[in-house]
Design a protein around this ligand. Structure first.
Ligand code: M6R
Length: 615
């Protein structure tokens, strides 16, 4: 969950590290630090609890020569509170090795006991410090930095990404990926190279990148990147071009990434849809399905997995699969699926949804599916993300980098990708006629303009946002396709505004949640044309009969619900399959507005990190 950045080359490393840390702050933001090496091999470490601005202040007051290499880290605490001492980088006992780390050393207590009994004293409460000591000891035993990291890695249990630097090898960074606790991206430049946990920190410098796979190690110097496996044997890992515009990673005219990413949904959806289908001839392309494409006709069951917002996308994907492919489908929380001993086999298609492609529970669930011989497709927004390496095929969303911790554009992009995948499966199963495929494609290509139109009118949410910002609790209700959107609306609201919000299938109300309704209790109800409208009208009446207040999302021109509800917002009349997407966009806007009124930090909500790479 932490962010890692490293640089080696002719430029001064510190400004590059700071820029990288700002680009990665969404991964963790409770403390930050850098270690940088002067050209004679001496290194300095500066680290601070708190946001990166505190580290910047500390660095501003520090006299230093230009540095030739360095590593930096932004932390999401797992072991030890966010303090200056627990911030990364961490050093070995003799200050010869410095390390940054993402993940958890599961056997750190045992390693710490062993090291302590051998006379090593620890200066932090972190698991990471054990790595620094182990690498340093291996170097003292004669290993070079990369082989020392390899030796240390053999002692570590759990998944991690590590970057290390040593005074004994000026200008060299050693990196390792062990398991699924997060990626290691190496950006290759001209006489300089970059290492990071995430593309966001590399793309401003180079679009030529390579990703380390599980148990791969890299020795990165200014002129060379050498990748090896766990035995030290060379791996032929070549950089490839990542076609993401680095400018898209900037906030531009917007005060927050979340708002920018909400507003750029028309473009994100348009880019994604263009990559999925052609209108003439009407074809669902899905070019990255690879060998999975030829196996779709044999699929007898689909299990869609994800976490958080991506799980809500998976839940909607389930409806699409059942409707367009006629195949039994279910959606499951990846963290439950992985431990449940799910009954799946080679006729089961497992579809994982993950914008980052790095969420640890999703990757572990995919491993379970691989062991059972399932066909796997991942819906992913990150070129080269780990899910794309594990799956047999990928459907990429082309939403561009998403930096807001609250996922917005990647949710809607995942929905259109799932819709296209469900149609492709329906086509492979002989369930959809060519006219139905043409109609489905026409539905998709209208979406970006409808979303653009919707966003042009979102400012009329102002009054509802002001009222909701006073609430301590609220419910989000929906039926059918609107049920997962109600869950997503509640998640968005709680993660950015800190208001307690729950999403329910509206039919569940009478089975308990209605006990919460007292005069003034607010509910947001998705009451569009195709979301079992008559049933939802009954739910609204039941809420109001108990004094509850209802904000209804309705289809354009629905005077009946407009009159009935306390407040309403009209969504465009679109194909029923796209109604949830429209509702989701408005619920994103609502959550953003409420959070801003309440003065919350929408891009970096407390306790969260963009990518969850530890359990
Ligand atoms: O990268 P992923 O899509 O796998 O991430 C899954 C969740 O961690 C993510 O959607 C999370 O729920 C967001 N903060 C929601 O806005």
């Amino acid at each position: 969950m932490c962010g890692i950045v490293g640089y080696t080359g002719p430029q001064d490393a510190v400004p590059i590290l700071l820029e990288g840390l700002r680009d990665l702050e969404y991964r963790g933001y409770d403390s930050a630090g850098v270690a940088f090496m002067s050209r004679d091999g001496a290194f300095s470490i500066i680290k601070r609890a708190g946001k990166i601005s505190r580290l910047e202040e500390a660095l501003a007051g520090n006299q230093r020569d230009a540095s030739s290499a360095g590593i930096g880290h932004t932390r999401w605490a797992t072991h030890g509170k966010p303090t200056d001492l627990n911030a990364h980088p961490h050093t070995g006992a003799n200050n010869r090795v410095v390390v940054v780390h993402n993940g958890i050393v599961e056997n750190y207590a045992e390693l710490r006991r062993e090291l302590t009994s051998n006379g090593v004293s620890f200066s932090s409460e972190t698991d990471t410090e054990t790595i620094a000591h182990l690498v340093e000891q291996a170097m003292e035993d004669g290993h070079d930095l990369t082989s020392a990291l390899r030796a240390a890695a053999r002692r570590l249990e759990g998944s991690q990404a590590i970057v290390a630097m040593s005074a004994a090898e000026p200008g060299v960074l050693a990196a390792a990926r062990l398991g699924n606790a997060g990626g290691v991206v190496i950006g290759t430049g001209d006489g300089e190279n970059f290492v990071a946990s995430d593309l966001a920190a590399v793309l401003p410098h180079t679009q030529r990148v390579l990703f380390l796979a599980d148990r791969q190690f890299a020795r990165v110097s200014p002129g060379e990147v050498r990748v090896t496996d766990a035995d030290g044997d060379p791996v032929d890992a070549r950089p490839k071009n990542v076609p993401i515009d680095p400018m898209s990673a900037l906030k531009g005219q917007y005060p927050h990434f979340m708002l920018k990413e909400i507003m750029e949904q028309p473009a994100a959806l348009s880019d994604t849809i263009q990559s999925l289908v052609t209108v003439e001839p009407p074809e669902i392309r899905l070019d990255d399905l690879g060998p999975a494409a030829g196996r779709l006709a044999d699929v007898e069951r689909v299990v869609l997995i994800g976490m958080g917002t991506s799980l809500h996308a998976a839940m909607l994907g389930r409806y699409f699969v059942e409707r367009y492919a006629g195949v039994p489908a279910e959606a499951d929380n990846a963290s439950e699926f992985r431990y449940r001993g799910p009954v799946i086999d080679e006729r089961t298609l497992v579809v994982s949804v993950s914008q980052s492609g790095e969420t640890v529970d999703v990757l572990e669930a995919m491993n379970v599916a691989s062991q059972q011989g399932c066909l796997q497709i991942t819906i992913c927004n990150t070129e080269g993300g780990q899910t794309t390496r594990v799956a047999d095929g990928t459907v990429y969303t082309r939403a561009g980098l998403e930096r807001g911790v609250a996922s917005t554009k990647c949710f809607t992009a995942s929905l259109v990708a799932l819709y296209a995948l469900a149609m492709k499966l329906g086509e492979a199963k002989g369930r959809l006629a060519s006219g139905e495929i043409r109609a489905g494609i026409e539905t998709l290509v209208r979406v970006p303009e409808d979303v653009a139109e919707l966003l042009r009118g979102e400012d009329s949410l102002g009054r509802a946002a002001r009222e909701l910002s006073q609430a301590q609790n609220m419910l989000f209700l929906g039926r059918g396709l609107a049920y997962p959107v109600a869950m997503e609306g509640a998640l968005k609201m709680k993660e950015v505004s800190y208001i307690h919000a729950e999403g329910y299938a509206a039919g569940e109300m009478k089975h308990g949640p209605i006990a919460l309704i007292a005069p003034g209790f607010p509910s947001v109800v998705i009451a569009t044309r195709n979301a079992l409208r008559q049933k939802i009208i009954a739910n609204i009446e039941q809420l109001q009969a108990r004094g509850g207040r209802v904000l209804a999302l309705i289809s354009e021109g629905d005077a009946e619900i407009r009159t009935l509800a306390d407040d309403s917002f009209e969504l465009p009349n679109v194909e029923d399959a796209m109604e949830p997407l429209m509702a989701a966009v408005i619920l994103q806007c609502l959550a953003y507005r409420v959070a801003i009124i309440r003065g919350c930090d929408v891009d970096q909500p407390r306790n969260l990190a963009k990518t969850v790479t530890v359990e």
